[in-house]
Design a protein around this ligand. Structure first.
Ligand code: 0O2
Length: 202
């Protein structure tokens, strides 16, 4: 590994490559299906402070090599879609990409985290084309519905407000709300299918 600046520059390139590839895949999907399932896409590079905190939590030395080996979401991209079925359509599109190699996947929609967190996570290798060589870096893509994103965003605020221990009543309420979100996502998807059938009859 080279200097710290060069190291973070590679993460910047990986983020740019990932954004471009995802935007192309989405545009291609819209062209093929005449429908845009994506509400918005957001990407970020994890701050150095958060990376170091995560290494500490995982009990690893704070080295650049350990970031590459153990921090799988230093580059992260989130795709927020309208309906539950859109999540799986987008996952399947990404899996078919010739430029991204899927190295891990977690379906937290099928198996939610104990907090109630739901999302589909895909870890991919993103190619980076440098002047003298081609290398790759791992990035995490989170795909979720607007309802799941609503839940996760409040949960994130709660985690920030209570860094040590989240009060039990808040935890329980969030878990209850995750079940409501799950039901709402199902209902909205079914209603959308009904609405689409009306369109077809015209
Ligand atoms: P931030 O600030 O969003 O980046 P690891 O990433 O190694 O800790 P694991 O199991 O390999 O753990 O990764 P996982 O759980 O697949 O993905 C971790 C990321 O998922 C988190 O990153 C969050 O973005 C999101 N996530 C996981 N669980 C929850 C949850 O209960 N609530 C919310 N709001 N988000 C969750 P970071 O680095 O923790 O946070």
């Amino acid at each position: 590994m080279n200097t710290k600046e060069e190291f973070y520059l590679k993460y910047k390139f990986a983020k740019q490559m990932l954004e471009t590839e995802i935007n192309i895949l989405i545009e291609e999907f819209v062209f093929k299906h005449g429908y845009n399932p994506v509400e918005h896409v957001k990407s970020r590079i994890k701050s150095e402070e958060s990376i170091m905190k995560k290494l500490e939590k995982k009990d690893y030395d704070k080295t650049l090599d350990n970031i590459v080996s153990h921090i799988h979401d230093a580059v992260g991209l989130r795709i927020v879609v309208s309906f539950l079925s859109d999540v799986y359509d987008i996952v399947s599109v990404i899996k078919k990409s010739k430029n991204l190699i899927v190295v891990d996947q977690k379906d937290y929609i099928k198996d939610p985290k104990e907090t109630g967190y739901t999302s589909y996570h895909l870890n991919v290798l993103v190619p980076i084309y440098l002047e003298d060589k081609v290398s790759s870096l791992e990035a995490e893509i989170q795909i979720r519905t607007i309802a799941m994103d609503f839940w996760a965003s409040l949960d994130h605020k709660i985690q920030y407000k209570f860094p040590n221990e989240i009060p039990l009543d808040v935890k329980e309420k969030m878990f209850e709300n995750s079940l409501i979100i799950k039901e709402l996502d199902k209902q909205m998807m079914h209603l959308n299918e009904v609405v689409n059938k009306y369109d077809n009859k015209k």
